[in-house]
Design a protein around this ligand. Structure first.
Ligand code: LMR
Length: 401
């Protein structure tokens, strides 16, 4: 029956973890997947998550199904976190929000909703480069995928002029995917001034802003600051789509906690939209999982835990920034590795887009047991005091060939 099914390639990101696990060398380092590691290279369960779980266990909650759009108190709190407590559409009950299977699930609900209900051109513009999964995800959702320029490899920075030009040339009404903060894979974000300019351009061209916010808190250490783009667009009267993930900022990776939302004209329109989101979710996965949503909700709804959580997010973001500085120093000053490495310090969020070429990435895996995606992206959180020198020396060797 399946004789004609060809073997597919391993996933560009998750496939790296498989290769890493199969490697028996004790020096091996996994810088592939964007998952936080502590100073000892171990996965990190946040203290607030442990506390929330204790409370959940003590409350002896049942295991009944959640409603189709999930735990209502969680989705309200998630919306408040993203849009801000004083957000107009939030105050007017004009945000249709559903719990999703993390950020990917949110994107998938959103893609399906746009493909079915968006009344204008069903094409979505993605930045080049973007998170690899965006491309098949939106195609599988039934949207046409197009691209806009984003990263300039010459300056190792944002190609804002190219981005604006491509969006100006997009057909009126096109959907544009925007990484709200900590752009994956480049770590290069727009400045607040550039976001303002972009908001005007999006209004002029009547584009539809579709935000992916997978790293709120991870860019600057402040959940409010990282929500600037989303809140600015909403304050300017844009109707937006928003995908949220709690994988990174609460370390809830495998719990699959996220939210998808659409801002609407008013409460009545919001209710109609909500009814259609339900119609999309029910045949997709019926209703979302319970446990992770209770964890996130416990943290978001308790002022003390919330404050502690903000501290822990800052702590994770801070450790990553320290690793950026240390790596820059090692390459630039200690090893005098050819090339300019300033971008390692200026890039934002979990990743650094090193500029290493595919051949060099392959050599690092084969010779040094260091795993990263083949576009030269490294997850900074995989580095720590014990392995950063070995990593820098290996990069130095790979660059010198
Ligand atoms: C990543 O880019 O490494 C993360 O978003 C994890 C994933 O699912 O790809």
């Amino acid at each position: 029956t399946w004789g004609a099914v060809p073997a597919g390639p391993p996933d560009a990101i998750l496939g790296i973890t498989e290769a890493f696990k199969a490697d028996k060398d004790p020096r091996k380092i996994n810088l592939g997947v964007g998952a936080y590691r502590d100073e000892n290279g171990k996965p990190y369960v946040l203290n607030v998550v442990k506390k929330a779980e204790e409370r959940i266990t003590a409350a002896k909650m049942d295991k009944e199904y959640l409603p189709i759009t999930g735990l209502a108190s969680f989705t309200q709190n998630a919306a408040k976190l993203a849009y801000g407590a004083d957000s107009e559409p939030l105050k007017q009950n004009a945000i249709a929000v559903a719990q999703s299977i993390s950020g990917t699930g949110a994107l998938r609900i959103g893609g399906a909703f746009m493909a079915r209900h968006y009344p204008h051109i069903k094409a979505i513009y993605l930045p080049t480069p973007t998170w690899g999964n965006h491309i098949p995800l939106f195609k599988d959702s039934g949207l046409e995928v197009r691209r806009y320029r984003y990263f300039d490899s010459k300056t190792v920075g944002l190609d804002f002029a190219g981005m604006k030009e491509d969006l100006k040339n997009a057909p009126e009404g096109a959907i544009v995917l925007l990484h709200a903060c900590a752009h994956n894979p480049t770590g290069v974000d727009l400045t607040q001034q550039q976001w303002k300019e972009l908001s005007d351009l999006v209004a002029e061209k009547q584009l539809f802003p579709f935000f992916d916010m997978a790293y709120q808190g991870f860019a600057s250490g402040s959940t409010d600051r990282d929500a600037f783009a989303v809140r600015h667009f909403v304050s300017q009267g844009h109707r937006i789509a928003l995908c949220q993930s709690f994988a990174k900022n609460m370390g809830l990776y495998g719990e699959r906690v996220g939210a998808f939302s659409l801002t609407t004209q008013n409460e009545e329109e919001g209710k109609r939209v909500d009814s259609q989101i339900k119609i999309i979710i029910r045949p997709m996965f019926s209703n979302p999982p319970l446990h992770g949503a209770h964890i996130a909700n416990t943290i978001l709804s308790d002022p003390e835990l919330y404050q502690e959580w903000e501290g822990e997010v800052k702590g994770m973001a801070g450790r990553i920034i320290n690793m950026r500085e240390r790596l820059y120093d090692l390459l630039t000053h200690e090893l005098k590795t050819p090339g300019e490495w300033g971008h390692i310090k200026s890039q934002i969020g979990m990743f650094s887009f090193t500029g290493l070429q595919t051949e060099q990435c392959k050599a690092l895996a084969e010779k040094a047991h260091i795993y990263m995606t083949m576009d030269g992206r490294i997850s900074m959180a995989g580095l720590n005091g014990s392995n950063i020198e070995y990593f820098a020396q290996s990069v130095n060797a790979a660059v010198r060939g």
